[in-house]
Structure formats: C-alpha cells, structure tokens
Design a protein around this ligand. Structure first.
Ligand SMILES: Cc1cc2nc3c(=O)[nH]c(=O)nc-3n(C[C@H](O)[C@H](O)[C@H](O)COP(=O)(O)O)c2cc1C
Length: 216
C-alpha cells in the first residue's frame, strides 16, 4: 500500500509530534563518540583566535563546516521549524538542508506544500540544500526535480536513502530497484550539485564499496 499524497503532511506532522512527546532516545545504541578521548596538549603554541573554521562547500562559503540536517517540510509546523532553522543558519553562516520535498512533487499539493520550505527570504546567504528520497528520485522527472529546487531557491540537492524506514513505515515507498543508476543519471543532468545521505543508520562501507566497484 502506497501512502496517498494527501496523507504525507499528516505523516510529517506525526514525525514532529513523536520527537516532541515520545521517548525517541535509543535504548542501547550510542553514537560511539564516548569511546574517544582527545589528547590534551598543555604546551600548545596555538592562538585560538587565529583558528579559522571557514570553508567552501558546493560553491558556497560557510563560517564553519556545519550543516543543519534535513528534518522536515510539508506540514504547517514544518514551515515554522524550517524558518527558525534558516534564521539560525543565516546568523551563524552555516548551511542547511531542507526536509524531503517529496510532497512538492505532487501536482495537487505542491504549491501549498512549498510554503513550508520557503526560507530564502530570511536566509538569503545560506547554502540551502534541497532534499528528495532515492526511491522518489526514481519515479520523478528531471523537470519536476529542477522545478522543486528552483522553487525553494536551493543551491544543491541532497538525496536521502532510507530503505529501512520505507520498509517499516505504513504506506512506505519500498521499490528501490534501479535507484543507484537513476541517481547517477540525474547527477549528470540535474545542473545542481548533488549529494547522497542516509537518514540515521549511515551508509555502510560494503554498500558504498559495491557500487564504487560496479560503477552502476
Ligand atoms: C524527525 C526527523 C525527520 C527527518 N526527516 C528527514 C527528511 O525529510 N529527509 C532526510 O533526508 N532526512 C531526514 N531525517 C534524517 C536526518 O536528516 C539525519 O540524517 C538523521 O537524523 C541522522 O542524523 P545523525 O547523523 O545526527 O545521526 C529526519 C530525522 C528526524 C529525526
């Protein structure tokens, strides 16, 4: 069963509510960062004030190599969240990814949904990265993707791969066949820089290696 476009905004709102009201912290898995201890150099000759974190990424200057992760879009509250995040990104000089723009690709809902992704007016200088799922990429036309990116004033596109999430959520989009080939084709023709991300479990080394060897 595939989710109807009209249900997408409700599902996006539910994601936010779950994070706000339920216990979403993983019980057993940690980030692993607690295993690291950074060596301390008590005889440093560095002047902290001279350290520059600024960098260039995807053709934009960032004050620090930090991006706000893709989180939401499509529901009314998503718009408030995106605008707050965009204002913070603008003030800090860091980049920002929008949540999945899948809902914008629907002809009936696209215009309304676009409002919740509209942040350019308050974040004119931010590296803004649009977002679409790998599964939806396979089913979308190039002109529709470009239109969705143009509409929000994006500088680049992040494609998220989430087969596990799609498999376990009700109405998930579970057909990933041909998706990596499609990603390669779109990346060559899109006219926007494109990057691939996972949504919480990382891209496993074996998965990445298998595609870098096969190439397609
Ligand atoms: C409530 C919620 C909604 C998210 N929605 C999206 C989304 O629409 N698109 C996307 O690419 N990633 C989405 N993500 C994934 C995040 O961008 C990020 O990849 C994930 O939380 C892993 O972050 P970590 O690297 O800090 O663990 C969402 C995450 C959360 C918690």
């Amino acid at each position: 069963m595939t989710i109807r476009p009209a249900q997408l905004a409700g599902r996006k709102r539910r994601h936010i509510d779950v994070c706000l009201t339920e216990d979403v912290q993983h019980g057993g898995v940690t980030t692993g960062l607690e295993r690291y201890r950074l060596p301390y150099n008590a005889l440093t000759q560095t002047s902290l004030g001279e350290i520059r974190l600024a960098t260039d990424f995807l053709g934009s200057g960032l004050c620090a190599p930090v991006l706000v992760g893709a989180m939401t879009g499509g529901a009314e509250l998503s718009g408030t969240i995106n605008r707050n995040l965009a204002a913070a990104a603008q003030e800090l000089g860091i980049g920002m990814m929008l949540g999945s723009q899948r809902i914008m690709l629907d002809s009936a809902l696209g215009e309304d949904a676009a409002t919740s992704f509209a942040v350019r007016d308050i974040a004119p200088d931010v590296l803004l990265i649009g977002n679409i799922g790998l599964s939806q990429l396979t089913k979308s036309t190039l002109p529709d993707l470009v239109k969705a990116l143009d509409r929000v004033g994006a500088d680049a596109l992040a494609v998220h791969t989430n087969p596990l999430q799609e498999a376990i959520q009700s109405g998930g989009d579970t057909d990933f066949s041909g998706s990596v080939t499609r990603l390669r084709d779109v990346s060559e023709a899109l006219g926007y820089p494109i990057l691939l991300k996972e949504v919480g479990h990382g891209l496993g080394a074996a998965a990445v290696a298998s595609w870098s060897v096969r190439g397609r």
